[in-house]
Design a protein around this ligand. Structure first.
Ligand SMILES: [Zn+2]
Length: 767
């Protein structure tokens, strides 16, 4: 199914697209004829509109040996390090060969008008030599060492690391051959494990070491040998790559710059934004040789801004990140450490209540800082949980679906903190026995943050406060929702229907609203009228007419829906079908020429169909209206920063196959157990708080309407029958989709089993 795109086109306006050549590229024609991957259009593009064309050199003649190494900067600001063959004689531009090791798009054509500048790259060694930092003899020695490192064999690394003589290793391999214990595809590592000389972990670490050795650059080797300092290396690299070198101790980044890159990106890329005037953003890095860095940053700024790199010493960058980015966290900790339990009391019950008032400046700034800190850390909820008599107040954040304790506030402040929250959300501070709800709105860095507050009395005369954070977020494109390729195609297929009903189902917190908004974004054009009724409106989109339900004054889902039907809609989104009445009206609306999207709290796609019929929906009406049901869950994503491949043992592989269903696994996936079978795991790092997970990925189960399915709905078929037919016509169950994402390395089996609430006896009962 995977399509292979031949070329990447980089346009002068900064955006890029994947495409296939629809006929061979001849630069002298001054145009390129392509089939664009995204839109499926065939186009003739004039070379003047392009900065460069990246190609996989297979059918192209690779230019000859005589070439110069140059840094080419395109008019869109992108930097390419390429070897440029001499004697090209093409009027419209020139070819270069990329220096990037793992990039398949090695051949680059630069149209003449797309190039801003070309500079010859001086080898690093020559620059260092010119600066009198090293001698040519030293450089030769290091280059020899680099060559050896690149060729180092796994056996040698293991012998060095674990003190095993080379001889022992060789004789182990010999013995294995003689005894016929070796198959053709076995690797040295496997043989050594088999012989009991080393463990699997030791081999894995040696493989990592081998990779590192292969990629070790001359500069790094020189620093390791103590021949030059890190700063001297960076200054030389600055000369080589024509980048400015700055001293972060004398420069303060602007607030606009700091706001333009979030903390997680800054940590992951180890960069610091310095300036941002809306058009250009200046970013400091200490890794100019990392060619993916520029692309990642360009992608993040969506080509709306030019990215200028400057170089700085790594120590200064990490110190600056700590200084400018973790301010809120420090402030909360500072305030709390200033809140020592300095109150002397005989009777704790009485004194505690009066110890501190809610207007105390420490309490005010503490609550403010926690609200902002929670938002900054990406929490969906903040929990304030007062403990028993002698216990402090725990503050927990829920991030990516899991809670963790973040702050501990001295118990003397518990009443003051809860009272402060009540005041901020306009609640009655004297009422301490009944639950209350309200909201707080805070403006932070030009962004409105809304907190839905729920105060719940708990034992020990306490009150808990739970704050749900609602941010006015932007809808995501359908392509970024984590759909498998077949599911994405099917979704687009049913969304192009003029009328009918599409349902997105799953428990609370499974990302249904986010998915519905992504589908609306896909449908949202000036030609169609889209009405939505939601509770609450969390995502806003220009072009949609969005209504918030207010049950207290009779603005319910059902009332609003009936009003929509008189207001000339094309597409209607109902945040949730909470009752039969709403569901019936929704089906009627979809049968009278409207596309209706909604959600339901059911577990699986087939179960949804059965549930609706059980609710009293007419099976004939529903069969006519039904376009598809998408069941969804969110699994924690393995942290991108620390994800590491590993080879699972046979038991783990068998479990994976068994959960998928053995027969289906062979039919759909067919990956036998072999030494090359790798999965991913997060080893834990700073970016993910040591958990190994960061962010989430959606798992889907998409049941599409067909004639066969409609017949089954009309005769009220059970869940099992619907599921069997669904799989036969291409549906993948949540578990199947989850396991495909495990094999792709996005998440792990434990997560998938947990979010699908998998139990062995779960194999059907309803019917
Ligand atoms: Zn991590």
């Amino acid at each position: 199914m995977e399509m292979q795109w031949d070329v990447i086109l980089e346009f002068s306006d900064g955006h890029s697209e994947e495409a296939t050549l629809s006929r061979p590229f001849k630069p002298e024609e001054n145009l390129v004829s392509v089939l664009l991957a995204k839109s499926g259009e065939t186009k003739f593009l004039h070379l003047d509109t392009l900065c460069c064309i990246l190609m996989i050199p297979k059918d192209f003649p690779l230019p000859g040996k005589e070439h110069s190494h140059e840094l080419v900067i395109t008019v869109a600001g992108k930097r390419h390090q390429v070897a440029i063959p001499e004697d090209q004689h093409i009027k419209t531009g020139f070819y270069g060969i990329s220096n990037e090791a793992d990039n398949p798009y090695k051949l680059v054509f630069f149209p003449a008008r797309g190039v801003k500048s070309r500079e010859k790259l001086t080898p690093l060694g020559a620059i260092l030599e010119e600066k009198d930092l090293v001698t040519s003899y030293e450089i030769e020695k290091v280059m020899e060492e680099q060559k050896q490192l690149r060729e180092k064999r796994l056996g040698t690394i293991i012998s060095e690391e674990h003190g095993l003589p080379q001889k022992t290793i060789e004789s182990a391999i010999d013995a294995a051959y003689r005894e016929g214990r070796i198959s053709a595809q076995m690797r040295v590592g496997d043989i050594l494990i088999e012989s009991g000389l080393v463990t699997k972990e030791q081999v894995e670490s040696a493989v990592v070491g081998q990779e590192k050795g292969r990629n070790k650059r001359i500069g790094v080797l020189l620093v390791e040998k103590g021949l030059i300092t890190e700063k001297q290396l960076l200054m030389a690299l600055a000369v080589k790559f024509h980048l400015p070198f700055i001293d972060l101790d004398t420069i303060t980044p602007t607030q606009e710059a700091l706001n333009s890159l979030p903390i997680d990106i800054v940590h992951r890329l180890k960069v610091l934004p310095i300036e941002n005037d809306g058009k250009r953003v200046v970013i400091a890095t200490s890794e100019p040789t990392d060619l993916t860095l520029y692309d990642t940053l360009r992608f993040y700024f969506q080509s709306k801004q030019y990215v200028d790199l400057v170089l700085a010493v790594p120590k200064q960058i990490s110190a600056a990140i700590l200084k400018y980015y973790t301010k809120n966290e420090y402030m909360v900790a500072d305030i709390i450490s200033g809140m020592a339990e300095n109150v002397v009391y005989e009777d704790s019950e009485i004194k505690e209540t009066d110890a501190v008032s809610e207007s105390d400046s420490q309490v005010v700034s503490l609550v403010n800082q926690i609200l902002i800190d929670g938002f900054g850390k990406g929490a969906s909820d903040i929990h304030f949980e007062p403990g028993g008599r002698d216990q402090p107040v725990q503050v927990r954040y829920r991030v990516d679906g899991r809670c963790r304790i973040v702050h501990t506030i001295p118990r003397t402040f518990k009443n003051a903190v809860i009272s402060r929250i009540k005041i901020m959300s306009n609640l009655d501070i004297s009422e301490r026995r009944k639950p209350q709800s309200g909201k707080i709105i805070i403006w932070h860095k030009n962004k409105q943050i809304e907190y839905r507050v729920e105060i719940t009395p708990t034992v020990g005369k306490n009150e808990d406060a739970v704050l749900r954070i609602l941010t006015s977020s932007e809808p995501l494109p359908l392509e970024e929702m984590g759909f498998s390729q077949p599911n994405l195609q099917s979704m687009k297929g049913i969304l192009s229907q003029p009328y009918g009903i599409i349902l997105c189902v799953g428990p609370t917190g499974s990302g249904k609203t986010t998915t519905l908004h992504a589908t609306l974004k896909y449908l949202n054009t000036p030609e169609v009228k889209i009405w939505t009724v939601e509770d609450p409106v969390e995502i806003t989109q220009r072009g949609l007419r969005q209504v918030q339900v207010l049950p207290k004054i009779g603005v319910t889902f059902h009332e609003v829906l009936r009003s929509f039907l008189r207001a000339d809609p094309d597409i209607i989104m109902i945040g949730e079908m909470r009752d039969t009445e709403t569901a019936k009206t929704a089906i009627e609306a979809s049968l009278t020429g409207h596309l209706v999207l909604s959600t339901l709290h059911t577990n699986s796609a087939p179960e949804t169909v059965v549930r609706l019929i059980d609710m009293g929906i007419d099976p004939f009406n529903f069969a006519d209206a039904f376009l598809g049901v998408l069941a969804q869950r969110l699994a924690r994503r393995i942290c991108n920063n620390c994800r590491t491949p590993y080879h699972p043992d046979r038991k783990e592989y068998d479990r994976l196959v068994q959960v998928y269903g053995e027969a289906f696994f062979t039919k759909h996936i067919n990956m036998p157990y072999s030494p090359d079978f790798l999965l991913m795991k997060g080893v834990g790092c700073e970016a993910c708080n040591g958990t190994g997970y960061k962010g989430r990925i959606a798992i889907h189960e998409l049941l599409i309407s067909t004639e066969g399915l409609k017949t089954m709905i009309r005769r009220k078929a059970g869940v099992d029958e619907l599921k069997t037919l669904g799989i036969a016509q291409g549906m993948r169950t949540l578990l199947m989709d989850g396991i495909q994402k495990v094999i792709q390395g996005s998440t792990d089996l434990k997560e998938v089993l947990q979010i699908c609430r998998y139990e062995k006896r779960d194999e059907g009962s309803n019917g």
